[in-house]
Design a protein around this ligand. Structure first.
Ligand SMILES: [Zn+2]
Length: 68
């Protein structure tokens, strides 16, 4: 995937929205988290999105590398 910084809206923001709105179903128990409780943090040039299922506690992570 090519990530490019565009004016105004960052790819990170778009990714965050995407996960918050589409990736809400727990693959383990099938619970759909309507709240989209993704947390984000940066870690040495990477952005880590993390979600913990409120039902079964399974956690998922998506990691993105920042360019520049
Ligand atoms: Zn779950």
């Amino acid at each position: 995937m090519v990530t490019r910084v565009t004016k105004g809206r960052t790819p990170i923001e778009r990714l965050r929205r995407r996960y918050e709105t589409t990736d809400t179903k727990c693959p383990d128990c099938g619970y759909v988290d309507e709240e989209g409780n993704w947390t984000s943090g940066s870690n040495g040039g990477r952005i880590v999105y993390r979600h913990v299922c409120p039902s079964c506690g399974a956690d998922r992570e998506h990691v993105f590398r920042l360019s520049g």
